[in-house]
Design a protein around this ligand. Structure first.
Ligand code: FES
Ligand code: FES
Length: 164
């Protein structure tokens, strides 16, 4: 056990977890290496690319910038924890084909899930703003957003049709 390590508990995807680690260990490493939740990815490692986005107490946060000592009493949700989010599942199935290499996809999907939790009917501008912290080196993000806009538009029309 590394010197200075301690037990740190927090809520992850709805369940309490306890890890033993240095207080400065990054949440990203706790997720990927200690808990084997590999959908949260590492890109830049310095808060600039959004590959490691998770929700912490409902807010988007880069897991590469969060030290373990900040975790007690927080609720963290990763893309794994969003798998039962109906809004997101329907969307992500349609978006898969629009991503290039897919490396940024987890961060983008978490960012879109955060938006849809606040606003079920976002505009194209809302979608663009939601992923402003995500870097896609393949340059396919515009196509992904276009596909997202189409899915949401269809959903809106379906709902509207049902009401009329
Ligand atoms: S890996 Fe965290 S923001 Fe890039
Ligand atoms: S699809 Fe390759 S980085 Fe975004």
């Amino acid at each position: 056990m590394p010197a200075g390590s301690r037990k740190i508990s927090f809520i992850l995807n709805g369940l309490e977890v306890t890890v033993q680690c240095a207080p400065t260990r990054r949440l990203l490493d706790i997720l990927r290496q200690d808990l084997h939740l590999n959908l949260t990815r590492e890109g830049c490692g310095r808060g600039e690319c959004g590959a490691c986005l998770v929700l912490m107490d409902g807010n988007l946060i880069n897991a590469c910038l969060v030290p373990a000592f900040r975790l007690p009493n927080t609720h963290v949700v990763t893309l794994e924890g969003l798998s039962s989010d109906k809004n997101l599942t329907a969307l992500s199935e349609k978006l898969d084909a629009s991503f290039g290499c897919g490396y940024c996809s987890s961060g983008v999907l978490v960012a879109l899930a955060a938006l849809l939790q606040q606003n079920e009917s976002p505009t194209d501008e809302d979608l663009r703003r939601a992923v402003s912290g995500n870097r896609c080196v393949c340059g396919t993000l515009p196509a992904v957003l276009e596909a997202a806009g189409e899915v949401l538009d269809k959903r809106r029309k379906k709902r509207h049709g049902r009401k009329s």
